[in-house]
Design a protein around this ligand. Sequence first.
Ligand code: FE2
Length: 425
Amino acid sequence: MFDLIVKGGTLPDGTVADIGITGDRITAIGRLDGAEAGEVIDATGDMISPPFVDPHFHLDATLSYGLPRINASGTLLEGIGLWGELKQIVTQEEMVARALAYCDWAASMGLLAIRSHVDTCDDSLKGVAAMLEVREKVKPYIDLQLVAFPQDGFYRDPTARANTLRALDMGVDVVGGIPHFERTMADGAASVRELCEIAAARGLRVDMHCDESDDPHSRHIETLAHETQRLGLQGRVAGSHLTSMHSMDNYYVSKLLPLMAEAGVAAIPNPLINIMLQGRHDTFPKRRGLTRVREMQAHGITVGWGQDCVRDPWYSLGTADMLDVAFMGLHVAQMSSPDEMRRCFDMVTYQNARILGLEDYGLHVGAIASLVVLDAGDPVEALRLRAARLAVVSRGRVIARTPRGDAVLDIPGRPGSVRRRHPAG
Ligand code: FE2
């Protein structure tokens, strides 16, 4: 007797199986003919995925688009300036309400684990208090991991260092940074060093906004990888964005990639935001600003697609859909072969789960019973359609359902509904 059986779905590797769930765990996978269950979801012909994971988000700023006004230049720096104004006037209650609204979007999209940076450059730390409150509220259905993020510069902002340490004392999970925003390259490198030391001393992970510019000479990822090795943090550190690697000299990158691989530093490009914000100082040809994803993967570096922003001072669009993120990523990185597209799906599920260090994630006996039923036959079709999340299961409970999205035609001689699904291959 199971609490829930998801019947006949196709797993990401093509296996067709029933999934039996007891309590909050997957307790059987295979043919479960005749088994009884409190509830059955018929997933015949549909794809079953583990939940989507976003390794890079800003939950304290989300759904604030247009406040206090729109980002006219479309640049990262104007976005930081706007956020600097907004965070003076926004209340803790408003941040909580917006973040919870976003988490509803995420849950409906099967996005059940999020790593969110939270700005620590505010003496009141109301954003940190707000996000800790949200982490607690969504705990039953979303894993929310918070990163202490000194948005205005760990050294550049006079109280950022003290406030970042206070945020960590309050229970923020991960150490962040923004070395390219410090006043000098030397200050940036020093910030990476000290922040990694703080993480090592506290036994925490590190995730820094790193080299988020088009500057071919930005070198903070090198320092981050070196400090990771020096402090024994291998496998616990991520560099977010790394857009400058797009513009770096190829010889230098040939040295850098093996260093990153040896250090076990993961990379988190954010394709929607990178393609929108980078290259704004270029005329033509205009750089794409996405880091070197395929080249990193060829070196064995873990790479996960992140979302970064939805409806905030940096980005006006977004729907909490990690398939949108992967879809943009595969276009900009030109990951168009069937294997590469499958890898893009893997990046927004298993690879991101690895970056967050999620335990018992996946579709196997003993895993936490969280999964998504997609209106698609396989990962490539899920990407092509940004497929509807027919059902979202979190820890054994069905928490969201979406109807199939077939359109109904009313064309003389062409009656019926339009089905966009198409055999794989
Ligand atoms: Fe970010």
